[in-house]
Write a protein that binds this ligand. Structure first.
Ligand code: EPZ
Length: 421
């Protein structure tokens, strides 16, 4: 297993190019199942989860070609010859459940391993299944597998989600584009990754309106041609680097992204005292004075994203005062707290609320990554911890951050990837 060794204390200064969004690329790759033609998807991030997704598509018989040098994936939809997403792949990446909608839409049958829980929570898929049942699918769950079938095809329906679930919205969006009749999704997730998926589906000939709002309308069509799409930039990656720059009292510009989909995190950084500026294609965060504490509550988009919670927590260990962070999306997304505490952070947890005291001086230690965004928060803290911080189990990190140590070194960090026997 690999580990990262960080020598803290170097200010981060400079520019970093933001990669394509993992949480847009994954559903968009699964959407290629919907067409028997060739799809071309550009600006794909080089991540472990992308490789896992390609393995799932390969296991379904689709021919995939990943042209790494230009971040492009070509998928031949004509060779689909299976409907099963196996356990050994799904257990490593829960997002594999997103094959359900496309397989039921294209093949009227799907067999997907139940993903199992993960570090941040149980991650049920009941919203996905209930909505697909409304569209005519029937499911049998046994031996850890979801067996789904829609022998008469999926029918357009009115779907109302009890919670604006990102994955469930994506599954239903992909199921509805080939369904017979119209589908109306109410209380749909509004995340930018949903918007990007809708744009990708529209490039295939899908008839969708309302994406990015709580009401999405889809008019089912008979068939879709191949996709031609470039994945939107990763707002979570961008926020991670802006927090890294600020905690080191530096100045970091993220390029290839604009502030459009980052209003909530950027307004909080401004409130905390960071100097934020942006252009059509970049955002800069500059440390100009000691940061003020914040009160943050994670919410569905356009609220503050849960995927930025751990990174902001690390930053707020340096704010002048007590910050309070409430995590309302996942039931167990404070796994980074005990690890940050090992570095000297003073964080109290009561239920879903963490109180972060600052400023505290952090000192390097051996810590363990527990999930993707928790790993990023440990890096952010390690960048200013005195001495050396060793972060173990960084396979979590490689799932969602492309070349993170190279990008940080380019900004001035002293960070090394080491192999751990
Ligand atoms: C997506 O997960 C993202 N993953 C997550 O990012 C992100 O944290 C999450 O959306 C929220 O923004 C991908 O896009 C691949 P949800 P998803 O369905 O779709 C409950 C990362 O770090 N729920 O919006 O699984 C669920 O338990 C990852 O990149 C049900 O109860 O999130 C959770 O409490 C982590 N039943 C809440 O809804 C369901 O059927 C939000 O989940 C579905 C969800």
């Amino acid at each position: 297993m690999d580990r990262l060794r960080i020598v803290g204390g170097k200010p981060l200064i400079g520019e970093v190019e933001i990669s394509g969004a993992k949480n847009a690329a994954l559903p968009i790759l699964f959407a290629s199942i919907l067409s028997s033609e060739k799809s071309v998807i550009r600006n794909i991030p080089l991540l472990a989860d992308i490789n896992t997704t390609l393995k799932v598509l390969d296991s379904l018989g689709l021919k995939t070609l990943f042209k790494l040098e230009n971040h492009t994936i070509e998928i031949d939809g004509s060779t689909l010859n299976s409907h099963e997403a196996p356990y050994e792949l799904v257990r490593t990446m829960r997002a594999s459940v997103l094959v359900l909608g496309p397989l039921l839409a294209r093949r009227k049958i799907a067999r997907v391993s139940l993903p199992g829980g993960c570090a941040i929570g149980a991650r049920p898929v009941n919203f996905h299944l209930e909505a697909l049942e409304k569209m005519g699918a029937v499911f049998n769950i046994e031996a850890g597998y979801i067996d789904g079938a829609a022998p008469n095809g999926l029918k357009g329906s009115k779907i109302e989600f009890p919670f604006p679930s990102v994955g469930a919205t994506e599954n239903i969006l992909m199921a509805s584009v080939l369904a017979e009749g119209n589908t109306r999704i109410e209380n749909a997730a509004c995340e930018p990754e949903i918007v990007d998926l809708a744009i990708a589906l529209r490039s295939m000939g899908a008839k969708i309106s309302g994406e990015g709002t709580p009401i999405i309308e889809v008019e089912g069509v008979k068939a879709l041609h191949g996709m031609n799409h470039s994945v939107a930039p990763d707002r979570i990656e961008a926020a991670t680097y802006l927090c890294a720059g600020l905690i080191t009292k530096g100045k970091v510009t993220v390029t290839g992204i604009n502030e459009n989909f980052m209003k909530s995190p950027l307004s909080l950084l401004k409130e905390s005292g960071a100097l934020i500026s942006s252009t059509a294609n970049s955002i800069t965060a500059e440390y100009v004075k000691p940061l003020l504490p914040l009160r943050i509550t994670t919410e569905p988009f356009p609220g503050f994203p849960t995927d930025m919670q751990a990174q902001f927590m690390a930053l707020l260990t340096q704010a002048n005062g007590e910050s309070v962070i409430s995590e309302t999306i996942f039931e167990n997304r404070f796994m980074h707290v005990p690890e940050l505490t090992r570095l000297g952070a003073k964080i109290d947890i009561k239920g879903n609320e963490a109180t972060v005291k600052g400023p505290v001086s952090l000192s390097g230690a051996i810590v363990m990554a527990t999930d993707l965004r928790a790993s990023a928060s440990l890096i952010i803290a390690g960048l200013i911890a005195k001495g050396e911080t060793i972060i173990r189990r960084i396979y979590h990190l490689d799932r969602g951050y492309e070349h993170i140590e190279q990008k940080l070194i380019k900004l001035g960090a002293e960070i090394y990837r080491e192999h751990e026997k």
